[in-house]
Design a binder for this molecule. Structure first.
Ligand code: ASP
Length: 420
């Protein structure tokens, strides 16, 4: 396996995983798959998640402290927020355009509607209960939530990444304010620790082909019973895929062509392993280690920019998620026979934007926020049952877009810094 490039190894793993999954379903090895194959996928994802918190923490501190002064930091920080917000708005608007033009809800068989609402009733109730907790909080809760009251506790939960980012940012800024001389030793420790974490990631990535094999096999086995559901939701799935593909193959390439950080072919070549990992893990946080190393080592995004922009992007920039949420909301409204006014559609843009900032980069991270989007736009939350059956697959696809968007913006900002 040694001489085959990583992305090919992962691709082979995925293809073999699909083949094995089909064999397991056909010849009834489902239990064998559950006992002896699936665990390797779980081990791979757990190992990647294991390094997510220390990696975000260390790389963000490194990114912040490598800025020469506060003016530079606030300039990069401001541009990062601006670019992330604008690209997410484009993605959500694209989602709305696709859903309103192709009307996936109109082809949905109505008899399936009652069936799905019943089938996923229990799951929907759970999601609604969690969303209810989110809704009952004060308007500024989102800001309150960014500030951890105990950093040790915050570090125990991958979904609290925004809190880790906050602390790492504060720590880095304070190191700059204390002055180079006093923090010299601490900086050396942080750099050494970061190098160790990156080495751990190299080791974990040796597992990637086997992990993706197991993950894809598990997925095929899970979906094998749901062929009819797929048929009913085919047009919806196609709409989401078309919109996500347009982001990856049109929108980001246009940005790369305009800002010219590197050749477009190089971008696609180097992004493949990152995208495959995002696809198989459904988690931008779990993919971050690879995203960072690809961006800095192969795409040559300046380290100080990548180490600042990428860890932040994993949590606050989710173009794929925003685009998907817009289509899902309009689809559910169409199936439920609800006409969405312009005001309701604008509310979808705004809530999806806010939700993409707060959504953790973990599998299914955005589902709870989707209920908030639905209720703000006046769409019954129960409707979420209609799309849960295919959410896992679409989660994999939107995560690919999320990480591609992060690297695109990091590359654009890196290029801008170099030319200044
Ligand atoms: N799984 C997505 C990510 O990690 C988040 C989501 O859309 O659920 O980027």
């Amino acid at each position: 396996m040694k001489k085959i490039p990583l992305y090919l190894q992962i691709l082979i793993g995925m293809i073999l995983g699909v083949i094995w999954g089909l064999v397991a379903v056909k010849y009834n090895f489902v239990e064998f798959n559950y006992d002896w194959i699936r665990p390797f996928g779980t081990i791979f994802i757990k190992a990647l998640k294991l390094v997510a918190v220390p990696l975000v923490f260390l790389s963000l501190i490194k990114g912040v402290t490598s800025m020469s002064d506060m003016a530079k930091l606030s300039s990069i920080g401001g541009k990062t927020i601006l670019f992330y917000t604008l690209t997410t708005i484009v993605a959500i608007t694209l989602g709305l355009l696709v859903a309103n033009s192709f009307k996936p809800g109109d082809t949905f068989p109505q008899e399936k509607r009652a069936e799905l609402l019943e089938q996923y009733k229990h799951k929907t109730e759970n999601i609604k209960a969690q969303a209810g907790e989110v809704k009952k909080q004060p308007a500024l809760q989102a800001i309150i939530d960014i500030i951890p009251d105990n950093i040790a506790e915050a570090s125990t939960d991958n979904s609290r990444m925004l809190q880790i980012i906050f602390f790492a940012f504060l720590f880095g800024v304070s190191m700059v304010l204390v002055g180079q001389e006093k923090v010299k030793a601490l900086k050396a420790v942080i750099e050494a620790a970061d190098a160790v974490i990156l080495k751990i990631i190299d080791i974990i990535m040796l597992l990637a082909p086997y992990g993706t094999f197991a993950l894809l096999a598990g997925l095929i086995v899970d979906f094998s019973g749901d062929a009819a559901l797929f048929q009913a939701l085919a047009w919806y799935v196609l709409c989401v895929l078309a919109a996500l593909l347009s982001l990856v193959f049109i929108f980001y390439p246009v940005l790369i062509l305009i800002f010219k950080p590197f050749k477009i072919t190089k971008f696609f070549r180097e992004m493949i392993p990152v995208q495959l990992t995002a696809f198989s893990t459904s988690s931008s946080a779990a993919t971050l280690p690879l995203t960072l190393s690809k961006a800095t080592k192969d795409l040559k995004v300046p380290k100080n920019v990548a180490e600042f922009v990428l860890p932040v992007g994993v949590t606050i920039n989710m173009d794929g998620t925003g685009c998907y949420q817009a289509i899902a909301a309009v689809f559910i409204a169409q199936v439920m026979g609800i006409e969405l006014s312009i005001a309701a559609q604008i509310s979808i843009v705004l809530t999806a934007l806010a939700s993409s900032i707060g959504t953790p980069g973990i599998p299914g991270g955005s589902i709870i926020m989707l209920t908030v989007i639905l209720s703000t736009a006046g769409i019954p939350m129960e409707g979420i049952a209609l799309i849960l059956g295919v959410d896992r697959l679409l989660d994999m696809c939107r995560t690919v877009v999320n990480v591609t968007g992060d690297v695109t913006i990091a590359s654009v900002l890196g290029k801008q810094q170099l030319t200044q």
